[in-house]
Design a protein around this ligand. Structure first.
Ligand code: ATP
Length: 264
């Protein structure tokens, strides 16, 4: 289990609509997030980016009164199919949140493997040590913590805690990693460190990131999708494509205005 190679997967959303109660917040979103790439979801506050991200790993359904339509598949496997267990979907599609959320009193090492423990996966002692080193290395944190693996996770800096959370997500061998504004609580140096980690990781795991930072979208993503919810209507994708083109010669004038900071 621990030596299982992580396969690259593409994630495909088709006709995704989402509601909170009667309020529709996403309308028929189609988006392919390609294997081995970083896809950035951009757009003004409230246009449904985080909701879309939560639909991608079955977290939207945890909100009381929330509902959705459409389909999401990982390499052709529908994650909403009745035969797919919710824990399997979440294991395949990991999530890193806005604020670093390690278990503060738990050791760094235990934090890394906590996802396995919580889902009841057994691991031998030697595999455990290998998995901890491998996950922390991938998250770009190993060298900084290898001599204090039994220290509490809460004692790390904010940026280190976020990389610890990335390591924790990677330890369950996800096919896709979703990141919801992972640097918004971090200083510029820690932000650049996470961005470097994202660029290193994309060869091993498909990444989808929500970001408000247009420079960050340009630095880390291969493609972007621009979401917009105009005048009280549900969020939709206005345009998506290669990041370079989205920032230089987008097809829709609203995309150009947004990436140039003229609104949002
Ligand atoms: N738990 C919830 N209950 C009710 N409405 C919600 C809930 N979460 C989000 N919404 C609403 O859904 C819409 C989309 O929100 P969402 O957080 O997905 O947007 P966003 O683009 O990620 O915004 P931001 O960039 O500010 O994080 C918003 O109008 C928001 O108020």
């Amino acid at each position: 289990m621990t030596t299982e190679a992580m396969g690259l997967a593409s994630l495909d959303a088709r006709g995704v609509s989402a509601w909170f109660g009667d309020r529709k917040v996403l309308d028929r979103v189609d988006l392919t997030m390609h294997a081995g790439e970083v896809t950035a979801l951009i757009g003004p506050s409230g246009c449904g980016k985080s909701t879309f991200l939560r639909v991608l790993n079955r977290m939207h359904e945890l909100v009381p009164g929330a509902s959705l339509a459409g389909s999401v598949s990982v390499d052709g496997l529908d994650i909403y199919d009745s035969s797919m267990r919710i824990t399997d979907a979440r294991r395949a599609i990991g999530m890193v949140f806005q604020k670093p959320n390690p278990f503060p009193a738990m050791s760094i090492a235990d934090n890394v493997v906590s996802g396995l423990t919580l889902t009841g996966q057994k691991i031998s002692k030697s595999d455990r040590a290998d998995l901890i080193e491998e996950s922390l290395t991938m998250a770009g944190l190993w060298n900084e913590v290898k001599d204090r693996l039994s220290a509490a996770g809460g004692g790390l800096s904010g940026g280190q805690q976020q990389r610890l959370c990335i390591a924790r997500s990677l330890a369950v061998k996800p096919r896709v990693l979703l990141m919801d504004e992972p640097c918004s609580a971090l200083d510029p140096t820690s932000t650049r460190r996470i961005e470097q980690t994202i660029l290193e990781l994309k060869e091993q795991v498909t990444i989808v990131i929500v970001t408000h930072n247009m420079q960050q979208a340009q630095r880390v993503s291969d493609r972007c999708a621009f979401f917009l919810a105009e005048a009280g209507t549900p969020g939709q994708i206005v345009e998506h494509g290669f990041t370079e083109q989205m920032f230089s010669t987008p097809e829709d004038p609203r995309t150009l205005d947004y990436v140039n900071g003229r609104f949002g």
